[in-house]
Structures are given as C-alpha cells and as structure tokens.
Design a protein around this ligand. Structure first.
Ligand SMILES: [Zn+2]
Length: 253
C-alpha cells in the first residue's frame, strides 16, 4: 500500500516515532476497523482513527442525533440534530481526512448480522452503551480471532480491556453477566473522550505492532481522583464464550 506525498506529510510526526515509520503508516492504511456505536466513545474513536490514517472505517449506528447527545458525542453538531449518526460522522470524517474510506451502516448490531460485520474488518472497537451488544461483538471476535477493544464509561469513570482471542481473557471472562442497565447513564462530556483516546491507542499499537496491549488487565480510570487502577485478569476456565477455543499462551502445565 503506497503512501502519497500528501499522506507522508500529513502523518510525518507519527512516522517519526521509533518503530512506527512509513511501514507502520502503510499498515494503518491497509487496515479496516469497525466502530460499533457512534456516541460518546464512537465519535472520538472515529475521529482519531481517521486522523491517524486508518484505511477504512466501517461505522455502525442505527440512531439519529438528539440535542442531549451533544455534550459528549463530539462529531455531532447542532445542525446534525435529526440526521442519522452514521451520516453525521461520515461527513465529518470526509472533511477531516479524505484519504479514509468510510462505510456507514445505519443498522442495529444483532445475532443475525454480527458475524458478517466482524468478518470484514481487522479490529472491532467498542463504542456501545449496552452489554448485550458488547457480548455479541466479543463472542464474534473470539470465534473469528479478531481483536476487540472494549471501553465503557459512567460519570467520571471508565474501563478498558483489549481482547486478543487465544492470547488472553475475553470480555465474558472478566464480566461474566450483564450488569444492570440504567435507562440513561450519567456521563461527563470528556469521560468518553479519555477512554476513546485509549481505545485508539490500543488499535494503532495492535495494527502497527507497537508496545504491549492492555489484554491481561482491566484498566480502570477514576476521574474523581485522577488515577488509573489495574485489575489483573485471566481467561476463565468456565467462560461460555472462549473456554472452548485454544489458548496456547495460557495452557498451564
Ligand atoms: Zn472468555
């Protein structure tokens, strides 16, 4: 995958990162990410993946923009109210970085379409607001061996886990059953921005091959105390999703 002169200049500052280079930028351009949900997490995830130079974004959300979205869903602006979120995000991405191909899908992720959605991408990014869909995405990523970068937010707090099938726990190992769902989750404007930035950091690291993923611990962000905590996590022998798959790295003798 060749980079144009415009792209070499656009991405110059990250190409200079040791072990990133032009090769890393080419890997990003050759990659496709699924952004599941275009709310508080999915908006900044889409924006940063596009700015980073991902080749293609498959963006999925069935909803339309509402006024109460605007405190945190930063790609939706007042003139977008009533518009499909996928249209609103596709328009902004085209303005931010026309090198990025965007496939907008205004649909609800469910049992019938999840396999097909995951099949066509290299990595799945969690921008959902419910565990039912998160668990669907997690299971599909595990069965297809695709990385799943999970984040969730509440108030001034968030959590992050990168699921690498076969190499670490899946989301169900760490969160075995759906937590109670609040009708309207309280969220400070910037909390999803913090967690979305961390999700994109994980995606870029995975694609380029940099650093160490957050796959063996649940990273907890506490905005009240401005602290990060880590909970060590391991594959569960009883996990209904991933225990039937090979976990070569985790086989204990
Ligand atoms: Zn599992």
């Amino acid at each position: 995958m060749q980079l144009s002169l415009e792209e070499l200049e656009r991405y110059d500052r990250q190409i200079r990162i040791p072990d990133f280079g032009v090769d890393g930028q080419r890997k990003l351009k050759s990659s496709t990410a699924l952004v599941a949900g275009l709310g508080g997490l999915g908006c900044p995830v889409s924006m940063y993946l596009a700015a980073s130079g991902i080749g293609k974004l498959v963006i999925v959300d069935k909803e339309r923009v509402e006024l109460s979205n605007l405190n945190r869903q930063i790609l939706h602006w007042p003139s977008d109210i009533g518009k499909l979120k996928v249209e609103s995000v596709a328009e902004k991405i085209a303005m931010l970085n026309p090198n990025v191909s965007v496939e907008p899908l205004a649909l609800e992720i469910n049992e019938d379409n999840v396999e097909n959605l995951v099949k066509r991408v290299d990595v799945v990014v969690d921008g959902m607001d419910n565990y039912k869909t998160r668990f669907l995405l997690n299971a599909s990523c595990v069965s297809q061996g695709k990385p799943f970068v999970h984040a969730a937010v509440h108030g001034l707090e968030g959590q992050l886990l990168t699921v690498l099938p076969g190499k670490g726990p899946c989301l169900r190992c760490v969160i075995p059953s759906e937590p109670p769902q609040e009708a309207l989750v309280p969220v400070l404007s910037v909390t999803p921005g913090v967690m979305a930035a961390l999700e994109v950091m994980e995606v870029v690291k995975l694609i380029v091959g940099l650093g160490k993923p957050c796959s063996d611990r649940l990273l907890i962000f506490d905005g009240y105390e401005m602290k990060f905590h880590e909970i060590k996590v391991e594959p569960s022998p009883n996990c209904p999703v991933c225990s039937k798959f090979t976990r070569s790295k985790y086989v204990k003798t």
